[in-house]
Design a protein around this ligand. Structure first.
Ligand SMILES: Cc1cc2nc3c(=O)[nH]c(=O)nc-3n(C[C@H](O)[C@H](O)[C@H](O)COP(=O)(O)OP(=O)(O)OC[C@H]3O[C@@H](n4cnc5c(N)ncnc54)[C@H](O)[C@@H]3O)c2cc1C
Length: 314
């Protein structure tokens, strides 16, 4: 986009936003992701609530400016050149609510960390959220990705999602009306999740729930690397584990610069310190080529390339 278009956008929205909405230019995104790579966002905003979000979305839409939603950045690679768009993030406390309703449901704001969701549900004796512990995500990112672990999926606990379209209209969707699948939620590909009403499957003693969480935590600690990563790089092909395929091709420890196929878990690429996004993409290409050559399988990235499409690069 041209410079003038961004300046005009900033001049148009700034007077309409509340004082607590953060609006910056060229905010570096690497520290806001778990992989810790990538350049700046042309414009970056942390809206203080729905009204300010609506102003930002509607104005960007009317001017044809691209908008990208950043959760906790745990499933993203930000290109080294950054993102020529408006990047929105729900760091403001207004998005981090956990509210127990009189009908037993929980309102979870899209900016709430899954760790806090699990902790607060456990304290309240609510069963069903244990599998989410250890996924370093926000509720919004977990809804968009239908994050899953230990045999459970985010949408297992969803009753209703509240979202805003890119034109700034609010919608409420029941779970049954939504199209969800493995790491996929159709309705959130082009919309922003504001939060969701979640349902617990049962009530139990806090200590019993904690014991189950401890089992899951131990499993993760034993099977996942500690270095910065973006979780699993590739989706599991049908009836097959991507990590096992990569391991069987002898790729554990393979490196491009400081990007390395984790020796602990072959479906994780870790940042050994100074990796760039370009290093990681080069390593992804190499892993795909080796697996395709040896086993005939096309691995599809699970991790997203922020503001770009894998099909243009792989
Ligand atoms: C150590 C580690 C372990 C992991 N383990 C797991 C695991 O067990 N299971 C699993 O499924 N994933 C796992 N992941 C990957 C990641 O945590 C999930 O994909 C998670 O759902 C991403 O959430 P996020 O908030 O970080 O979203 P981001 O990575 O910031 O964004 C992911 C996508 O969601 C979109 N998005 C974010 N917020 C919203 C919103 N409010 N509305 C609409 N779209 C939004 C973004 O635009 C982007 O398209 C792991 C990652 C790491 C680093």
């Amino acid at each position: 986009m041209n410079e003038q278009a961004w300046q005009n956008f900033i001049n148009a929205v700034r007077p309409k936003l509340s004082a607590t909405t953060k609006l910056t230019e060229r905010e570096v995104l690497a520290p806001k992701t778990t992989m810790r790579v990538g350049g700046p966002a042309r414009v970056y905003a942390e809206p203080a609530g729905e009204t300010d979000l609506q102003v930002l979305l509607a104005t960007a839409h009317a001017r044809g400016l691209p908008v990208l939603m950043l959760g906790r950045g745990s499933n993203l690679l930000v290109p080294d050149s950054g993102v020529d768009g408006l990047v929105l993030n729900f760091a403001h406390p207004d998005w981090q609510k956990f509210e127990l309703q009189s009908d037993g449901r929980i309102w979870a704001g899209a900016g709430l960390r899954l760790k806090n969701l699990c902790g607060l549900a456990t304290k309240a004796g609510l069963v069903g959220f244990e599998f989410l512990e250890g996924i370093p995500a926000s509720v919004g990112g977990a809804l968009r990705m239908n994050a899953g672990a230990m045999g459970g999926w985010m949408f297992d606990v969803v009753d209703e999602v509240h979202l805003m379209t890119l034109t700034g209209e609010k919608r409420v969707l029941k779970r049954a009306a939504m199209h969800v699948d493995y790491r996929y939620c159709g309705e959130l590909r082009e919309a922003v999740a504001l939060g969701a009403f979640l349902r617990s499957s049962a009530q139990a003693d806090t200590q019993d729930i904690r014991r189950q969480i401890d089992v899951y935590q131990k499993k993760r600690l034993e099977s996942q690397p500690r270095e910065p990563s973006a979780g699993c790089i590739f989706k599991n092909p049908p009836n097959c584990s991507a990590g096992k395929l990569i391991d069987e091709c002898g790729l554990k420890g393979e490196r491009v610069g400081d990007a390395e196929v984790s020796p602990v878990h072959a479906n994780f690429i870790v940042n050994r310190g100074a990796a760039t996004c370009a290093d990681i993409i080069a390593l992804i290409r190499r892993v795909r080529a080796r697996v395709k050559g040896a086993r005939g399988v096309d691995l599809e990235p699970e991790v997203l390339l922020f503001g770009q499409n894998w099909k243009d690069l792989l």
